[in-house]
Each structure stands twice: as C-alpha cells, then as structure tokens.
Design a protein around this ligand. Structure first.
Ligand SMILES: C[S@@+](CC[C@H](N)C(=O)[O-])C[C@H]1O[C@@H](n2cnc3c(N)ncnc32)[C@H](O)[C@@H]1O
Length: 579
C-alpha cells in the first residue's frame, strides 16, 4: 500500500506552475487537462476547501488507481481521497499501479507515471504494435480499439466546445462522428527523431574544444513525463518508407557521431514518384526492405516511395489527382491517407449545408463564387478546392510556402488569373484582396492556422469582412473552439484593440478527422454560416467594419437573446512528434 503523509509536508517537493493555476485560452495541454480535472472534481462534489486536510501519498511512492475516464489529453483520470490522479497509457475501467510524480496542490490533481496494469479494463483489447508504448510520449492509445479511439475523439471535440468556446450549448450543434483514418498504423509521412549533445558540450564549445562523444546518444523521441530522449529503433506509425529511413539514419548517425558538435533533429520525410504502370520499367524496384524504395500499386500508377532526409530537397505527395512539391522540411499534412476524405468533406460542405436548417429549407442557397484560404501553407486547400470557385486566393506568412504554393498551382495546371497566392500575415489579407471581386456574400474563407489558433486581430478583421461561409480546420480543437466562440459570440475588446465586435456566425457542423491515429490528437473541421441579417459594411480602402447599431441587435437575437461575449477564462502539447 502507498504510504501517506499530511498534505502540507509535501510542499517543498511540489513546484507550482503558474500556467496550471487557471485555465487560459491558449489550448495548452495543461489548460485542457485542468478543465477535465475541474469538471471531474465538480461532478463528484469534491470540495476545494477540503484540500488542506488531504493526505497525499509521498512523491515517487507506488499507488493503485481505478481509472474512471480518459482526459482530452489522452491520460486516464482516477480519483482517490478527494484528489484526481492523472495516469498515462490507461483505459477507463483499468486498475493501474502508478508512481506519484508531482502533486499540483492548488488544483487537487497529481501527475503519475504508468507502472503496470493490475486489472485490465474491458476496453483494453489491443496489443500495441510499438515496443516503446508506455514509455515513448508520442502515442497514447495503442491499447485501445480504433472505434473506441474515434468515439473518444468525438468527445474531445464536444468537450473543447463546451469548455473553451464560451458559447451556450444552444449555439453548439451535435458533433458528428469522427472520420477515421484509412491507415491506422504506417500513416505518418514525416518523423523528426532527435538526439542530445553530451553533458559538457556547451562548455567544450565555449572553450573551442571538439565535443567528446563517449558513446552514441539515444536517438528517438521524448520519454513520457521526462525531458529525456529515449532510443527508438522503430516507429510503427511511420510509413514504410519513413521507417526504412529511420533505420538508415540511425546507422549513419552511429558512424558519423564524431562529426556532430551538438545534438540534432533528424528529418524523415516520405516522397512519392508516380509512374504510369504502362511506362514503368524494372527500375521501379520491388519492395525488399533494403533498397529504401517502397512501391505501392495505385491502379494505373505505381507510387515509388522513398525517404528524404535533406530538409531542402523536394518531397512530392499526391492527394487524389493533385501533386504537391515542397521542401522536405516545410509543413505539409502528415497523414496522406486521410487527406482525400477531408478535402471531399469540405467540397461537400463549403458551399451550402448538406441539410438546410429548418427555418431556411426553402431559402435561396448562397451563391459562393470565391474562396480565401488563410494560412494556406503550400496551397493544399486552395489547390484541391479551387476548381469549385471563380477566384481563389491563398495567403501564408512563410514566403517559402507561398513560392511552393505558386509552383504547385502551376504543376496542377490551375490558371494564374483565378488561383493566386500572397506571402503576408493573414492579418493583412483583408487589405490585400479586391473587395469588388471577393464580395463577402459570395466568398467562403478556409482557415487552417497553427496549433495556437488565429490571432485576435485576424478574427476581428474576419468579422468585419463577414464572408458568407467559413470552414475552420485545426489540429488543436481547443484553440479552434476559442476562435469559433469569437466568430459566433463576438470579441470583447482588449486594451488597444478598439471596440467590441459582434459575432456574425452560427455553427453549421462540427466534426473530428482522425489525422493522428493512436494519439490523443484530433483534427477539427467546423463549418460556419453567416447568421441571417449578419453583415459587414464596406469602408473606404476596401476595409470593412461591422455596423454598430443594426447588426448588434440582430446578432444577440440570433443566439437566443444570450449575450455570448467570449469569456477569457478558457483553455498545447509536448509530444515527441509534432502534429
Ligand atoms: C497548419 S499549417 C496549414 C497549412 C496548409 N493549410 C496545409 O494544409 O498545408 C499553418 C500555416 O499557417 C501559417 N501561418 C502561421 N502564422 C501565420 C500568419 N500570421 N499569417 C499567415 N499565415 C500564418 C504557417 O506558415 C503554416 O503554413
């Protein structure tokens, strides 16, 4: 049994982390976990002021925990004596033996390390394919059946909107079923294992000495719950070509370690050459696990896949019939198998609802002619959707991505007068577009920002512009929920920001796509439509601003009379493999 001691005695062991004191709205792992912990404490009526009397187990002691649920971070949650315990690699219904790592006093929760399963949950039916599962921080769910993972991710989207949008439940539609990934292992087209410099390397460098490697360091990913890199020889969520690349890179680093003066991150990026079967000769090379070439049969084509390790070399991917060339180190979606499903979903939903809302069933459908792809990267959404529109424009802050996007548009034979790209901050988009062409009532905006979500300034301008429809794609459903909360409920002005901006949209649909099987991450797709009567007003210079009077009354009414000003009290991630 675990030893116990009075709560206060443990104080010196437990560092306070400011971030964990209250939920912010940056969608960090801590905030997401905290929202789940608080809800569990509330649901079970564990009063906060009992905390002072709590007896908590010693740090590093072993305890047994009955896991009741999974948090949106992928960790199991268990309660014991008025405290919530966070247990990685668990399933609801498990009894787990865990090691106490750290008590977070102010919030009545404790982080633990997984040690073993004492009594397995009925949900624990899968044999993990990875030998490092329960040590590596990359995957959380290899012990759970895939259907269970998908259902859990639907719950993650639901909770994200409940906890982080600041919207009343009446504004949040039922979340659709998570769309599964065709490949559940062997899907990741990019991995970035790393290794650290030996102790004393900085000092040696300062003194102009060559770094001494006593041995080859571990090459891999972060060990769960630590800042240490663990040695990883295989990663079954990587594609076959990437896994072969990992083996080769490990051998190379072992040979060349003395040439390194510091730690390094290695790039493993799959690249595809598409060959017409009728034209392919014997050089297409059979899959032999040695050559570094993996050949896949794709109907009239052969896909010849290799692993690139030079970040500046060009990697090529095909999605449906579209070809994308990028520098291997640049951003591109990492799960090629699910991309045709998400693009089809957006095609099916971006112009008009698949099911018209009851009060608008005979209303004329909006005539969307144009698309703006904010945060366009190398043009994935602009290019795969542009044939639906008269004018499409993509914008990205990374000039290199815009150069790739422009090349990709040419590769896919898209006319330059109808598909354009500009390198700029998304915030400047609204002054860059021609309002006579991109009339808000004829325009849909696709947003796919980084994990941190949109800039408040961007949201203000989007609300001012007021496009007819918005499709918000995000690898962090918590920041997505926050931003959608602003688009629906309006933005409370912060210092120096100008006036309150009213919300203009209602959420037509919400759904997760499983871009990251075996992990707790989910890609969210939210389709928003402009509320009846919601409109922006054009100002000089093409900039638009929400009408101060009329629009305000209409917006409030449209959300059942509730003032849905976004609360600032709402809710990112340290896994080994970035999403
Ligand atoms: C998640 S990626 C999406 C890229 C693209 N939609 C795709 O699917 O390949 C986010 C993109 O946002 C871009 N980005 C980040 N901050 C930005 C900003 N302030 N303005 C415009 N683009 C930005 C990044 O360069 C990156 O290409």
């Amino acid at each position: 049994m675990a030893q116990k001691r009075p709560f206060n005695e443990g104080k010196r062991h437990f560092k306070k982390n400011k971030k964990q004191k209250s939920t912010g709205n940056d969608g960090s792992n801590e905030d997401v976990l905290l929202a789940d912990v608080r809800r569990l404490l509330k649901d079970t009526s564990i009063a906060g002021d009992e905390a002072e009397e709590k007896q908590l187990p010693e740090q590093w002691s072993e305890i047994e925990l009955d896991v009741s649920e999974l948090s949106s971070t992928g960790d199991g949650l268990a309660q014991k004596d008025g405290q919530v315990y966070v247990v990685p690699f668990a399933a609801p219904g498990d009894t787990i033996t865990a090691k106490v790592v750290r008590h977070v006093q102010d919030e009545s929760y404790t982080l633990t390390d997984f040690l073993s399963v004492k009594t397995p949950s009925q949900h624990r039916t899968e044999t993990p394919k990875c030998p490092y599962f329960t040590q590596c921080s990359g995957c959380q769910f290899q012990h759970l059946p895939y259907e269970y993972q998908l259902a859990h991710k639907r719950g993650i989207v639901e909770k994200a909107y409940a906890n982080f949008s600041g919207l009343s439940t009446s504004c949040i539609p039922a979340v659709g079923e998570t769309v599964g990934s065709p490949l559940q292992y062997g899907y990741r087209t990019k991995l970035t294992p790393h290794f650290d410099a030996p102790a004393g390397a900085r000092r040696d460098k300062r003194q102009g000495l060559k770094v001494k490697w006593e041995e080859v360091p571990p090459i891999g990913f972060m060990k769960k719950g630590t800042r240490k890199t663990m040695d990883i020889e295989e990663c079954p969520i990587g594609t076959e070509a990437v896994q072969q690349g990992l083996k080769r890179e490990r051998v190379r680093v072992h040979k060349e370690i003395d040439n390194y003066q510091r730690g390094a991150t290695l790039l493993l990026r799959e690249s595809t050459e598409r060959l017409k079967k009728s034209e392919a000769d014997g050089d297409a090379v059979p899959n032999d696990g040695e050559s570094g070439v993996v050949v896949e049969d794709r109907g009239e084509y052969l896909h010849r896949k290799t692993c690139i390790t030079d970040s500046k070399a060009t990697s090529t991917e095909y999605v449906d019939g579209f070809r994308f060339d990028n520098p291997a180190g640049a951003f591109f979606q990492n799960n090629n198998s699910i991309l045709p499903l998400v693009t089809q979903y957006i095609r099916d939903n971006i112009l008009s609802p698949t099911t018209a809302p009851p009060d608008q069933s005979d209303a004329p459908k909006p005539k969307i002619k144009n698309m703006i792809d904010a945060y366009s990267g190398s043009g994935f959404f602009t290019i795969t959707l542009s044939q639906m529109f008269q004018h499409s424009i993509g914008i990205d802050i990374a000039a290199q991505s815009i150069a790739s996007a422009t090349t990709n548009a040419k590769l896919n034979k898209l006319p330059p007068d109808s598909t354009k790209f500009i390198a700029s901050d998304a915030n400047d988009l609204f002054s860059a577009i021609d309002p006579a062409v991109f009339r808000p009532e004829e325009t849909a905006v696709v947003i796919d920002p980084p994990r941190k979500g949109c800039d408040r300034g961007f949201v203000r301008q989007l609300l001012a512009y007021g496009p007819e429809r918005v499709c918000y794609v995000s690898c962090n459903v918590h920041t997505q929920a926050r931003d959608v909360g602003w688009l629906v409920g309006g933005l409370v002005a912060e210092e120096g920001e100008g006036e309150v901006v009213e919300g203009l949209y209602e959420i037509e649909s919400l759904r997760g796509f499983d871009f990251f099987p075996q992990t707790s991450h989910v890609e969210g797709v939210a389709i928003l439509r402009k509320k009846k009567g919601g409109k922006g007003v054009e100002l000089a210079g093409g900039m638009v601003e929400v009408e101060a009077d009329g629009t305000k009354g209409q917006s409030e009414k449209a959300v059942d009379g509730e003032a849905v000003a976004k609360s600032e009290d709402s809710g990112a991630d340290g896994v080994a493999k970035s999403t």
